[in-house]
Every structure is written in structure tokens, then in C-alpha cells.
Design a protein around this ligand. Structure first.
Ligand SMILES: [Cu+2]
Length: 183
């Protein structure tokens, strides 16, 4: 699987402009997919699933997160270790992979520099669900394309509040190990 990925990505990168219009269904067949099942942390009831698809433009992150506080923003990051075993989620370690040349552009006082795992915040609706999709160009599923960061065997964390550079990161309210799915 891994040995096939490099030429595949080079070929598909030629079709960059077409990638913008592709549907979620196309992404599944285009490349690899990995998934994270969220576990509640710090006494929350949060559940949900995050799917990551390799596309020609990077990794598409499709999320559905339930039982959040209503109408609120939440920090959403990839952390270093594939370990969600602790009740506070700190077993997942710090943010994944500091990006050289982006100092001072991180998400909080805890993480003043930009990390590869810094993702856009997610927003809950009035039912307490956050749902959406975005693509991150510097991430990859396999460690194949140069200059990208592989997300496999990491963890995804939902924090209990928004990214805020004037505050420390909010407690971790959900954690999911990013694993390869059988295809
Ligand atoms: Cu985080």
C-alpha cells in the first residue's frame, strides 16, 4: 500500500484544479482513508467520528462531533501520540509537529508556534453538533509527499473552548486515535 502511494500522489497532483470540485465519494476512491472514533474526556459526553481522506490537495478532514455545548467554538488539533487512555486526554501528548518558519502563529499560550496539527476550530449548532469538512495541504496520510506531515498513529483532540492566544488551551473534552481503516 505505502509503496504505491508516492507515484499516485504525483500523478493526481497534476489534476489540482479538478480536485476542488470532487465529492467525498470520489476522495474515498482517490486515495487512502483513516478514521478516528472520539472518546469522551474530562467527564464530557462528547462522541463522534472524524474521517481523513487523501486528496490531491492534501488531507480532507470530515467531522461529525456530538454532545457538545451549544453554539460554541472548540479548538480542534492533531496531537502527537496515538494514546487516548488517560481521563484528561493528556496521554495524547502535545500538538503534533512544530512547523519551522511559522513561529508565533500557534493557537494558544501553550502552543505559541504553528504546529502541523493546528486545525480550524469547529463550531457547534444549537443541537450541540459540529459537522463539516476542510482540507489541509501540509498533511498527508502516508509519509509520502515531501514537505507534508503524516497523520497516521496520532490522536485528534477536541478542546472544551476556542483557540485563544490570550489563554492556555481549554481542557481536552474528546480524544480519538487516528487509525488506518481496513479497505
Ligand atoms: Cu490541542
Amino acid at each position: 500500500m505505502k509503496t504505491k502511494t508516492l507515484p499516485f500522489i504525483i500523478l493526481t497532483s497534476i489534476a489540482l484544479t479538478a480536485a476542488a470540485a470532487e465529492s467525498a465519494a470520489d476522495k474515498t476512491t482517490l486515495g487512502e482513508k483513516v478514521t478516528a472514533e472520539l472518546q469522551p474526556k474530562n467527564g464530557s459526553q462528547v462522541s463522534g467520528q472524524i474521517d481523513f481522506f487523501q486528496t490531491a490537495k492534501g488531507v480532507s478532514v470530515k467531522y461529525k462531533i456530538k454532545n457538545l455545548a451549544r453554539n460554541k467554538k472548540f479548538g480542534f488539533h492533531i496531537h502527537e501520540k496515538p494514546d487516548c487512555s488517560s481521563v484528561d486526554g493528556k496521554s495524547a501528548g502535545p500538538h503534533y509537529a512544530k512547523m519551522p518558519g511559522h513561529e508565533g502563529h500557534g493557537t494558544s499560550l501553550d502552543f505559541p508556534d504553528l504546529y502541523a496539527g493546528d486545525l480550524p476550530m469547529v463550531s457547534s449548532n444549537k443541537a450541540g453538533t459540529a459537522e463539516g469538512e476542510f482540507t489541509i495541504s501540509h498533511l498527508s496520510i502516508s509519509q509520502s509527499a515531501s514537505g507534508t506531515y503524516s497523520i497516521v498513529d496520532r490522536a485528534i483532540i477536541v478542546h472544551g473552548g476556542p483557540d485563544d492566544k490570550t489563554q492556555k488551551s481549554a481542557p481536552r473534552i474528546a480524544c480519538g486515535v487516528i487509525k488506518t481503516t481496513v479497505k
